[in-house]
Each structure stands twice: as structure tokens, then as C-alpha cells.
Design a protein around this ligand. Structure first.
Ligand code: ARG
Length: 269
């Protein structure tokens, strides 16, 4: 899992509007630092043996560095994101790229944060709602890919996407921050029979969970040494990268890559 990734670039990354609590138009990313941060993430994926597909960011799309929100891809099907209006101009670029690459593309009938709110874990699809994704999207996703949806509601704007609150480490292991989920959703997560690693408040706020794991190598931010140590103790190779510029837009490592090789459930597509 997570070995085929679609990334764009940080060339046009800036804060033009505020659609999450981390963004502030008076705190702009340093352009050169942002590009090198993004380059380092891409290089780390390649060094881990992953394939990085590229899509150029568009000048009118200052958030397009976060490709994760463009769609949710499973097998030869994809559902496009339906983001806040400020990001709507990104979606046609994702439609074109996915179509050109042989993927059947579906429109989201309701608001949908793409992979920001969808984390595949084997046959399960952990799916966020309540912020950027309308819960009615869950049935649409289940119908299209055959996943068993686990609906998780994040607790407030700070956790506007599920990929800031929960991370899939491997098919049997999740990491999560309980404070980022509503109590009922914490219960749902704990009942899945998966191994759970709990992350503390400070590390969760540093976007510890916005990571990419292929089951062997975990690529994550430098801001979460305790989670990194836990993962190493469990035998993972952990690569920690600076994400200070990406954070100004409210994103981290995982937000910059759209996964193209999500597991397709047996009997699904
Ligand atoms: N500024 C972007 C937004 O608010 C950040 C998106 C980060 N992506 C993610 N998957 N969490 O939409």
C-alpha cells in the first residue's frame, strides 16, 4: 500500500484565503523552503522504493500542492473531491490527469475531501465526516469500491480532515489521537480489533498522523519524536522530514500525495 503516489509541486503554494484554522494570509510560506521541503518528501518516497507520478500545479490554485484532496482512487476508479469553493478550480486538473491515466472518474454528489477523509485499511475504509465530507458520501464510496466503511467524525475544525487525526501504519495497525475524534467514533475505532497506537496532543497538533506508511517505511514529520520512536521499536524504518512550510497551509506529508494503489476489496473493484 502507498507505493504509487501522485504529487504535484510547491511552485504556486501560498496562502490566499483561510479555510482551516492553520492558515493565515499574513504568514506566507517561504517559497524556496517550501520547494525544498516538497522535494525532500518526494525524494524520501523514491528512496523508500515508491513510484511518484507527477502533475504540475496550476498558478491559480495555491493549495494544489496538497494532492490528497483531489480525489479518492481505488483500482481503476476514482471519485473526485468536492472541496470548499476556494479550491474548486483544482478539480478539473485531477479529472484530466486521472482520465489520461486510464482511471474511470466519478463526480462527488456531496462535499467530499477526497483522500483527506478516506483512509484504506485492507477491506476497511476509514471515512471521515462532519467537516469537509458529507456523510452521504460514505454510501457512494462503498458502492463504488466495495469497501466496508467505518464512519469517523472528527472533533472540530482543527481536525478538518481525517488524515490529521488517524493514520494507517499497516493492515493491522492504526495510530490516532483520541482528542481529534468524537467520543462515539473513538469507540468505533476501538471496536475494530486493530492494534491502536495513541498519539499525544502535542504531536497530533504537529501533524504526526499525517504520514505515509507502506507497511515497512513510515515517512512523517520531524515534529513527533515519540511516535517515531514507537514505530521504530515496532520495526519500521522511519524517515522524519521538516514540514514547517506545508504546515502554514494546514497540511503535512500525507496531504502532498494522492495514493493510486489503495487496496481493492476481494469481490469489489
Ligand atoms: N489548505 C488546504 C485546505 O485547507 C490544506 C489541505 C491539506 N490536506 C489534507 N489532506 N489534510 O484544504
Amino acid at each position: 500500500m502507498n507505493t504509487e503516489l501522485l504529487m504535484s509541486d510547491a511552485t504556486h503554494f501560498r496562502i490566499d484565503y483561510v479555510i482551516n484554522p492553520y492558515m493565515d494570509t499574513s504568514v506566507q510560506p517561504d517559497a524556496r523552503a517550501a520547494v525544498s521541503e516538497h522535494d525532500a518528501i518526494a525524494a524520501a518516497h523514491l528512496a523508500a522504493g515508491r513510484t511518484v507520478h507527477r502533475m504540475a500545479s496550476a498558478p491559480e490554485c495555491p493549495d494544489m500542492v496538497y494532492t490528497a484532496n483531489g480525489a479518492w482512487v481505488c483500482g481503476d476508479r476514482a471519485v473526485l473531491g468536492d472541496p470548499p469553493a476556494a479550491r474548486a478550480a483544482e478539480i478539473p486538473y485531477f479529472r484530466s490527469w486521472l482520465k489520461e491515466n486510464g482511471i474511470d472518474v466519478f463526480d462527488a454528489p456531496y462535499s467530499f475531501s477526497g483522500q483527506g477523509d478516506t483512509l484504506a485499511c485492507g477491506d476497511l475504509l476509514l471515512a471521515g465526516y462532519g467537516q469537509r465530507t458529507d456523510r452521504r458520501m460514505h454510501d457512494v464510496l462503498a458502492d463504488l469500491t466495495g469497501h466496508q466503511v467505518v464512519a469517523l467524525r472528527t472533533a472540530g475544525e482543527e481536525w478538518y480532515d481525517l488524515d490529521l487525526a488517524v493514520a494507517v501504519i499497516d493492515e493491522g495497525t492504526l495510530a490516532y489521537y483520541p482528542g481529534a475524534l468524537e467520543a462515539e467514533s473513538v469507540g468505533v475505532l476501538r471496536s475494530l480489533g486493530l492494534e491502536l497506537i495513541e498519539v499525544g496532543t502535542e504531536e497530533a497538533r504537529a501533524f504526526a498522523l499525517n504520514l505515509i506508511s507502506d507497511g515497512r517505511t513510515v515517512t512523517m514529520t520531524t515534529g513527533a519524536p515519540r511516535l517515531a520512536a514507537t514505530l521504530r521499536e515496532r520495526g519500521a524504518t522511519v524517515v522524519e522530514l521538516d514540514t514547517a512550510q506545508l504546515r502554514k497551509g494546514g497540511g503535512g506529508v500525507r496531504c502532498t500525495a494522492l495514493t493510486l494503489d489503495n487496496p481493492v476489496p476481494a469481490g469489489g473493484r
